[in-house]
Write a protein of this length. Structure first.
Length: 201
């Protein structure tokens, strides 16, 4: 009973306390400041090329009986008018490139940088397979790849042993430089994508 009397005397009869309590109850809470939106992370490989658009870093082609084919490679989702395969993931494009390089080794005995690129980008074809474009230069292509990994372009690299990849690290070095030449100099082939592609070969 004493408590209620004290409460009434202090809070009800004391106008200063009542006013202060009243304002404290009505004072609006400050609105929380909106969190700044995170800036979009820009991909390392942000430039648009045939290779980046098609998730086909080495511009592997897909032909059947001399015509572009939309179902030549496993995991292929389409083909452009110049015969470049389209994939839904770069891993599948890298896988196709590994399979093709292995075929070059088994079927044609090509295992040097100069030998591989003489068939990969023959001078009989044009740059990007574009009508009216200058012809490919396998020599310039070979020099670019070899110089960047400090290898003799005519040396047998022993990339494959039969159907098995003999030297994954060496193969990645070669393919990474090929991808740069096929796209642009700052292009970076993902080692994680390459390693995953190896499990699918």
């Amino acid at each position: 009973m004493k408590f209620f009397k004290w409460f009434a005397r202090f809070f009800v009869k004391n106008p200063r306390t009542r006013t202060r309590t009243h304002h404290a109850l009505l004072k609006p809470k400050p609105k929380p400041k909106p969190k700044p939106k995170p800036k979009p992370v820009k991909s390392v490989n942000s430039r648009s090329t045939t290779g980046t658009k098609h998730r086909n870093p080495l511009n592997v082609k897909a032909f059947k009986r001399g015509k572009p084919s939309a179902d030549y490679w496993d995991f292929q989702t389409g083909v452009d008018t110049r015969g470049h395969a389209i994939f839904e993931n770069p891993v599948y494009g890298i896988r196709a490139a590994i399979v093709l390089l292995r075929t070059y080794n088994i079927k044609y005995g090509l295992n040097s940088i100069a030998g591989i690129l003489s068939r990969w980008a023959p001078s009989s074809d044009t740059i990007g397979s574009l009508p009216g474009a200058p012809p490919n230069s396998p020599i310039a292509y070979s020099r670019f790849v070899a110089d960047n990994i400090h290898r003799d372009p005519n040396k047998d690299l022993m990339l494959f042993k039969g159907r098995e990849v003999n030297s994954p690290d060496e193969l990645f070095l070669v393919m990474a430089q090929m991808a740069r030449y096929e796209n642009y100099s700052a292009y970076e082939l993902s080692r994680d994508d390459f390693d995953e592609a190896l499990t699918l070969v």
